[in-house]
Ligand binder design. Sequence first.
Ligand code: 5GP
Ligand code: MN
Length: 320
Amino acid sequence: MSRTDYAGAVNALVDAGSICVVTHVRPDADAIGSATALMLGLRQRGKEVRALIGQDREISGNLLSIPKSEEIELTQELPLGFDLYVTVDCGALDRTGYLAPGLERAREEGRLLCIDHHASNEGFGSVNLVDVACESTTVVLIDVMDKMSLQVDRAIAHCLYAGLVTDTGSFRWGRPSMHTLAARLMRYGLDTKQIAVDLLDSTTVEDIQMLGRVFQSLSIEQAGAHSLGILVASLDDIGGHTDSAVESLVDFVRALEGTDMGVVFKEMAPQVWAVSLRSSTINCAEIALRMGGGGHLPAAGYTAHGTASEAVAQLVEVMS
Ligand code: 5GP
Ligand code: MN
């Protein structure tokens, strides 16, 4: 069975009357934009569609600029009885948080479609559309929606563009076609300047002060032949700050001179760290997989436990 089954994905979506869309916990713009674009597109066909995230934490304010994002429900329980369950932008089943056990049952029943673009995704659905050539999951969805002859409108274009502009680092990495797709979406009248402010640039005094505190922690660690630039963002530092500010930390170490990899340890709960890896020379997905996570070659992540120095030591040991 193919991991990149466009026809199977389209057939499953066409056949289903009711569809439950699930995206990943700690969502980014590609997660939200994928869920809302698919929801809006499928509703054109009169289908019953809900979109869910299996976490308690509110979606960060900047992502609520994406059309219909306010309709995404936060829930601990997967509602039963849908013809089809679709995960979008989830590289592994555990990225669906509370909803993973329910989705596992949906897979056993042959009702789980996995749409994604992560290199580390092995295809955890009963039908899988994992296209690792795509810059974002929204790029995969443009193809799916075209194959279904769904009509892109301004709202859907906004959702799709949100994933494209953020997952390409503002069009810094990707195929030539990312620009063609951006041009196509812009023709629906998108205010791309405002979208960039909402999703990428908007910040607050408190968040800038938080960044300053976290930058004090910058250190260089040697791991075998590699040099890691490491930021440690403790709960004391980042508690109460926006996800967008916390997620922006990694951009400052992704290409630090004299290092091969940038790493940010973000303490999400006491001694529970969301770890971000970035590199242009080392395969981040492979290291993240060894640590129980996943992602793409240049950008990946995993969860670590313990004190900050224990979490750093675990990574250094695995890479040495
Ligand atoms: P970020 O560092 O921005 O949180 O994540 C970078 C990439 O790694 C994203 O594509 C994300 O999906 C993936 N990733 C981050 N954390 C995890 C994790 O705990 N598990 C898996 N499977 N992937 C992760
Ligand atoms: Mn993505």
